[in-house]
Ligand binder design. Structure first.
Ligand code: PNS
Length: 161
């Protein structure tokens, strides 16, 4: 069985993520969505539990699993018995960061393979951080995050002040 790990912070899950996961399921038997606990980004908006719930409710009946990991991604992949990482590639700006990560991961664990999927055009410019910025200032984010995340996102940002 071919299992791919799709890692990220998913704060929140975007329609771009959903699309990559769905397409990943056309290629792999199972996708493990691995929410990173120790990313360098500053404080998360949604709690870990909220993010896990948001992801799970998007893929009921599909062969996915939502898990969390701490420490090195390559160690986590090994512990899950796979060497395949799945990542989406948006614009050119993603390329350098992704190239660095893919090569660093392969340097520290030589059997690791990162498989990239080009993000659909309609999601090319979508990122969790830009969506949060647009929502924070009252912009319309429908169609950028799954339906069930729209209201909670506005609510969180209001609470945050
Ligand atoms: O899509 P994101 O949110 O930018 O995801 C980044 C993530 C979580 C994939 C990356 O930060 C990561 O793998 N962190 C775990 C620590 C690690 O293994 N670092 C070395 C990567 S070269």
């Amino acid at each position: 069985m071919r299992v791919a790990i799709y890692p990220g912070s998913f704060d929140p899950l975007t329609c771009g993520h959903v699309s990559i996961i769905e397409r990943g399921l056309n290629v792999f038997d199972k996708v493990i969505i691995a929410v990173a606990l120790n990313v360098r980004k500053k404080g998360a908006l949604f709690t870990l539990e909220e993010r896990i719930d948001q992801i799970e409710s998007c893929f009921t009946g599909k062969n996915i699993e939502v898990d969390t990991f701490e420490g090195l991604l390559v160690d986590y992949a090994k512990s899950r018995g796979t060497n395949i990482l799945l990542r989406g590639l948006r614009a050119v700006s993603d390329f350098e960061y992704e190239l660095q990560m893919a090569n660093m991961n392969r340097r520290i664990a030589e059997d690791i393979e990162t498989v990239f999927m080009m993000t659909e055009e309609s999601h090319f410019y979508i990122s969790s951080s830009l969506i949060k910025e647009v929502a924070r200032f009252g912009g319309d984010i429908s169609g950028m995050v799954p339906e069930h995340i729209v209201d909670p996102l506005y609510k969180k940002l209001r609470e945050e002040g």
